[in-house]
Design a protein around this ligand. Structure first.
Ligand code: ZN
Length: 84
């Protein structure tokens, strides 16, 4: 299963120019329900060189981490034998 995360913005918030794809990052994410592929599409303004990242994935998965926050919480509570 693949989910694509992209910025809801289609134009630069500063100058209104159309955003172009800067870079696409693919990452495997493990959750309690299985594994999915997250495609993270970063956009940029050619004029400002400002990179606009989708924030949806960051709230779901910490940067540079392949496990979702949900899995981390379960692992953490299991290790210390406490209930969430
Ligand atoms: Zn701009």
């Amino acid at each position: 299963m693949t989910f694509t995360f992209t910025s809801p913005l289609s134009s630069c918030p500063e100058c209104g120019r159309r955003l172009v794809v800067y870079k696409t990052v693919t990452r495997k994410v493990r959750t309690t329900n299985g594994e999915f592929t997250a495609v993270h599409r970063m956009m940029t303004c050619r004029f400002h060189r400002k990179i606009i990242r989708p924030d949806a994935l960051d709230s779901l998965v910490s940067p540079y981490c392949t496990y979702s926050n949900e899995v981390m919480i379960i692992r953490f509570t299991a290790r210390f034998d406490i209930s969430p």
